[in-house]
Design a protein around this ligand. Structure first.
Ligand code: SAM
Length: 405
């Protein structure tokens, strides 16, 4: 049988939320009745969101897929400045929990029809009266549409406690707005057959609520009802790697510095025209990217490993890559460090970076036959300081729970 909606109805509902998020850029979002976290998995890719929370009364169903919310390998290898924390709770929307206050957006997609009408009243009080988010999206079946759904006699799902007509949904929503200081717009997804849209409306009806500023709502935010109750159980919490974390910033910077220092050394060695044993030899490169800067690269002997210039041919030799060359050649190094002075400071105590004694250059081993040094390089790669590479990952398989709804 041909599917009735394309894309599937549950995808259209999620797409509605995604488009709303793109437009309104909320920082803190909570999805009530998050089920297997399908919507959360998509929302985590929206850069503006810094805190993403899922709540469901059924902890077993949340746990089934929650690990799919873990950061991807690319998030570790190429962290950005974006910050994202994801938390999942087991709890009922009929109960208050202080951790859910102060959000920008609350979504409740096909949830309220699973509550008794008494619990819907509690839900209204918890969401609009206690959590007091700036925006709320609520979707629920439109019972007027059921005539078009094959096999549906009373309700679309055996667990539904009610299904509202558009007028019933409106009446509940307007009452909530009056009571808690919100305004609402009505829309929906899942269009009716040609020519019947006006008569029956959308398959899933949606109310988009915005909190009114001023009025009593300030009292509601700060009033006596703001007690610190913690009735939910935390099931999962993860912080995505971010360059705002100093350790991560340092790790990425070191990786970039080592990569670019090696790259500059390689270019210089390919291009240099002469070599003088035991003396300083400045790069003679002409033309090409960073050629001017590469004049700063210097080949020196470093018997002590301390970066002191020596005059002996037998001692270990290094290529010194001045920090100012790195800074001007590699945009990422300059962005990450902010200033040359900061770059020096950040590299100073790094065990994987050898600096010259005056701290002005990174020292790299010169000769390829120095097998021991090659091994060291390998070790560096093993320890995660290799240049981050793009790791492809297969697209997540989304659950099609609509089939059972
Ligand atoms: N929102 C999900 C989506 O868009 O894919 C699926 C919603 S599913 C039809 C309804 C969900 O609401 C279920 O996961 C159920 O466990 C949850 N639920 C039912 N009663 C609840 C309550 N009192 N508090 C929190 N979640 C509840």
């Amino acid at each position: 049988m041909e599917p009735m909606f394309s894309p599937a109805l549950h995808r259209q509902r999620h797409q509605f939320v995604i488009d709303f998020v793109k437009q309104n850029k909320p920082k803190k979002v909570v999805d009530l009745g998050c089920n297997e976290c399908t919507l959360l998995k998509t929302l985590r890719f929206h850069r503006e969101i810094e805190l993403l929370v899922g709540v469901d009364v059924n902890g077993v169903i949340v746990k089934k897929k929650m690990h799919g919310l873990a950061p991807l390998s690319t998030n570790y290898l190429q962290p950005s400045y974006d910050q994202l924390c994801i938390e999942l709770y087991q709890g009922s929307v009929t109960q208050k929990d202080a951790r859910l206050r102060g959000f920008d957006l609350v979504t409740s997609i096909e949830l309220i029809e699973h509550l008794t009408l008494t619990d819907v009243e509690l839900f209204s009080e918890v969401v609009f009266g206690y959590m007091t988010p700036k925006m709320v999206i609520i979707s629920t079946p439109n019972s007027e549409f059921n005539v078009f759904l094959p096999g549906v006699s009373r309700y679309r799902h055996s667990d539904h406690k009610f299904e509202w007509t558009r007028a019933e949904f409106r009446s509940w929503a307007m009452k909530v707005c009056l009571e808690y200081g919100y305004e609402v717009e009505f829309t929906g997804v899942g269009k009716a057959p040609h020519g019947q849209q006006e008569a029956v409306g959308f398959c899933s009806q949606i109310g988009v609520f915005h909190r009114l500023m001023g009025r009593d709502c300030c009292n509601m935010l700060l009033g006596s009802d703001a007690e610190d109750v913690f009735s939910y159980t935390l099931l999962y919490s993860v912080n995505y790697p971010s360059l705002h974390n100093n350790n991560i910033l340092r790790r990425v910077l070191v990786s970039e510095v080592l990569y670019w220092a090696e790259e500059l050394k390689k270019r210089w060695m390919e291009e240099r025209t002469g070599e003088t044993c035991g003396e300083l030899v400045f790069c003679q490169t002409e033309g090409g990217a960073c050629a001017e800067d590469m004049k700063g690269l210097v080949d020196w002997s470093d018997a002590s490993g301390s970066g002191q210039k020596q005059g002996s041919c037998t001692s270990r030799r290094c290529v010194a890559v001045p920090l100012d060359v790195l800074w001007s050649c590699c945009p990422k190094v300059s962005v990450l460090s902010g200033s040359l002075c900061n770059l020096r400071y950040l590299l100073m105590d790094e065990p994987n970076v050898k600096l010259s004694q005056d701290g002005s250059a990174v020292l790299l081993n010169d000769y390829e036959e120095d097998k021991e040094e090659e091994d060291d390089d390998c070790n560096l790669e093993d320890s995660g300081y290799a240049k981050a590479s793009q790791h492809s990952h297969s697209a997540e398989q989304e659950e099609d729970w609509e089939a059972n709804d």
